[in-house]
Ligand binder design. Structure first.
Ligand code: LLP
Length: 422
């Protein structure tokens, strides 16, 4: 559920008409709903009420500082994967003890930044990373709290590009080698083992793969404790999917996910962390775009929008479906039209949807891409020298630009000519 609903014939973001935002900031743009962000965070927070826990928002899904501040104020921690995300979280007021650092390729510099600034834990993904972290921590006179990310070899049954828990994926250490790796970590004075980490993929629409992975983590917890390690925290990753096509998808709810966690690892008495991104931010955002032309092809009509693959790459990259709806509510009896919905970029991959049935629209009409809050703005680029599009946050009846659209001068001015060319 979200807070983007039709009211009096027009699409609203909470209590603000989407068309009013478009008139103020121009198109295309992203708009986020504070109420939806908080509601989705609270669902996870309540679902883990049975244990000590921290819900760490996966910042990679949506990292604007205003969003991070909203979630931080609600009590969220952050899951970061780069020094940039770490510093962004800190700039948004998140204390280091609420930040976990994930990722397969942390550099020594990134480790230093996080250790000096304060960090809850590093989720270590390999032996070589462990060696470097131990050195960096000792050089700073610190001890780095760690979990080891294990790869449970479970099929997440999601798109191949976002599955991470099979043995052929680059993530984590094979669970079969875990005991040796923990023994190695225990000998390193710069590290303190505190738990286990697992994350099997994104946009999971069934609970069974989580269940299989968490059962393996529970078994491993007992083995590692028997080996003498203190395992007091389990980071169970993110990945719970959202409905993209409202008509026919119903992925599991956070409440049921929480019950599954309680059932599989609740008896171990560990503090629980999770790292959801998409379920918190996905349906909290729209991308709003304007129709430039409706063009008749030989056997189809093309809806050419001012938004493109550089603004929202998910359809081009993962064949992802986003519902695309007019900002003026269609009349009940209106016959639908069928369009290939495309952007202005010079490649055929710049296609949002093929043969999509939707209400008929005209040039200058606004359309909204639903479920665009996660992996939307953060994956955008300036391909074709199209400036990054603005982000807007709504809270009740107020809205504010939280990242402005750069001017052409700002975008072009970032290039510098070498002396020999000037
Ligand atoms: N934790 C780790 C270690 C991750 O790698 C990810 C996502 C998450 C948490 C958050 O997963 P979520 O709850 O958002 O599913 N760009 C792709 C998704 C990439 C996901 C990468 N890792 C997309 O647009 O579908």
């Amino acid at each position: 559920m979200d807070h983007f609903l039709y009211r009096d014939g027009a699409l609203y973001a909470e209590d603000v008409p989407v068309a009013e935002i478009a008139a103020a900031v121009g198109t295309p743009f992203y708009v986020y709903s504070t109420a939806t962000l908080i509601r989705h965070f609270a669902l996870f927070d309540e679902a883990l009420g049975f244990a000590d826990h921290l819900v760490c928002f996966a910042m990679k899904s949506l990292s604007n500082q205003a969003v991070i501040k909203v979630l931080g104020d609600a009590g969220a921690g952050m899951d970061v994967v780069s020094a940039g995300e770490y510093l962004r979280a800190r700039a948004a007021g998140i204390p280091g003890e609420r930040i976990v650092f994930s990722g397969v390729g942390k550099t020594a510099d990134e480790m230093r930044t996080a250790l000096q600034g304060g960090i809850r834990q590093f989720n270590v993904e390999s032996e070589p990373e462990m060696v470097v972290l131990d050195q960096v921590a000792r050089s700073l006179g610190k001890v780095a709290p760690i979990t080891v990310r294990v790869n449970p070899d479970v099929d997440a049954k999601t798109h191949a590009k976002i599955a991470t828990g099979k043995s052929e994926n680059k993530f984590g250490i094979p669970i079969s080698r875990a005991r040796d790796v923990y023994a190695m970590a225990a000998k390193m004075p710069g590290l303190k083992v505190i738990g286990i980490d697992v994350h099997i993929g994104s946009q999971l629409t069934e609970l069974a793969p989580f269940e299989a992975a968490y059962k393996k983590v529970a078994e491993l917890t007992e083995q590692l404790r028997a080996d003498g390690h203190e395992i007091s925290r389990l980071d169970l990753g993110g990945g719970l999917g959202i409905p993209y096509a409202r008509s026919n998808e119903a992925p599991p709810l956070p409440t049921d996910y929480g019950k599954l966690i309680e059932r599989t690892v609740g008896h171990l008495g560990c503090e629980i962390e999770i790292e959801p991104g998409r379920l918190i931010s996905g349906n909290a955002g729209l991308m709003v775009s304007k129709v430039i032309y409706v063009k008749s092809g030989e056997d189809r009509d093309f809806l050419i929008l001012d938004g493109a693959m550089n603004d929202l790459i998910r359809p081009a990259m993962y064949e992802a479906w986003h519902d695309i709806v007019p900002v003026v509510e269609p009349e009940p009896g209106d016959a639908p039209a069928k369009y290939d919905i495309v952007g202005p970029i010079c490649e055929s991959g710049d296609t949002f949807a093929k043969a999509r049935e939707m209400p008929r629209v005209e040039p200058d009409d606004l359309v909204a891409f639903r479920s665009a809050g996660a992996y939307g703005a953060v994956m955008s680029s300036e391909y074709n020298s199209r400036p990054l599009i603005p982000e807007v946050l709504v809270d009740g009846n107020q809205f504010a630009v939280i990242r402005a659209r750069p001017t052409y001068e700002e975008m072009i001015g970032r290039d510098t000519l070498p002396e020999w060319l000037s």
